[in-house]
Design a protein around this ligand. Structure first.
Ligand SMILES: Nc1nc2c(c(=O)[nH]1)N[C@H]1C(S)=C(S)[C@@H](COP(=O)(O)O)O[C@H]1N2
Ligand SMILES: [Mo]
Length: 240
């Protein structure tokens, strides 16, 4: 199964209770299902464009496909959210949403590209540079990478500390001028602009400093760990 690619069987079209939006729920049960169990293998994709109509006239936020690898899109209110910072650092802590917002604010506008081929141009993000968060945690010399956790309970991602310190890697709480929606991984999601979308973990709730990169959800299923756009996964997209 590819990150965000429709399975060939068992796709069910549901009508959403909200307006014209439809979403396509897909349950993939393949060979991996027997190895990793049903919950790890189930995933869903919601789309505003389930008819396959051209997406030309849509706003950036409407041109995303919405993904989850569990059987749901988890919802957590900002006031109920917190993020633990742990592992190989001298200042482990827990951030509330307010405490995260108190860190220096940063913004970037970058294309967002999924490894399955879709790309959304010029997406506006606002949040905190991961490098600022890293500095506040004071990683120990033996910390070489970060593992990110999601409150969906399943998805993980990882970056080397060097990758994590880049200016185009953010913990985003705003997308296109509004709070990051639950569907898009709010209240806070990771955005790794120069890499394929699967690195941009949704529903972030933990950051752990570790001594080496640990493969994440899609890397364990064959996708590149260093997922540079246009320079990995056999693809030749324009870099971001
Ligand atoms: N927790 C979690 N994060 C995730 C995913 C997911 O299924 N679960 N899908 C990834 C993939 S493959 C892509 S392309 C983007 C899609 O982001 P979107 O759902 O906001 O469009 O999220 C990434 N982060
Ligand atoms: Mo993706």
């Amino acid at each position: 199964m590819e990150p965000g690619k429709s399975g060939d069987a068992e796709g069910v079209l549901h009508e959403s209770p909200i307006g014209r939006r439809l979403f396509l729920g897909i349950v993939g049960v393949g060979a991996l299902g027997t190895l990793f169990g049903k919950s790890a293998q189930q995933w869903l994709s919601k789309t505003v464009d389930s008819t396959g109509a051209p997406t030309g006239g849509l706003l950036p936020v409407e041109r995303f496909r919405l993904y989850t690898v569990t059987d749901e899109f988890p919802v957590r209110a900002a006031e109920d959210w917190s993020m633990t910072v742990k592992g190989l650092c001298s200042n482990p802590s827990t951030f509330s949403y307010k405490q995260l917002q108190a860190l220096p604010q940063s913004a970037m506008t970058k294309d967002f590209q999924c490894v399955t081929g879709w790309r959304v141009e010029n997406v506006k993000w606002r949040g905190v540079k991961l490098s600022d968060l890293i500095d506040s945690a004071s990683p120990l010399p033996e910390a070489k990478a970060i593992t990110f956790g999601s409150f969906d309970g399943v998805y993980t991602e990882s970056l080397t500390l060097e990758q994590a310190r880049r200016d185009d890697v953010m913990l985003a709480y705003e997308m296109e001028g509004s709070a990051v929606s639950s569907d898009h991984g709010g209240p806070v999601r990771l955005v790794v602009a120069p890499m394929y979308g699967y690195k941009s973990l949704k529903w972030l709730d933990s950051i752990e400093f570790v001594d080496q990169v640990e493969n994440g959800y899609w890397e364990l299923r064959g996708y590149a760990t260093d997922a540079w756009i246009g320079r990995s996964n056999g693809r030749t997209d324009e870099p971001v």
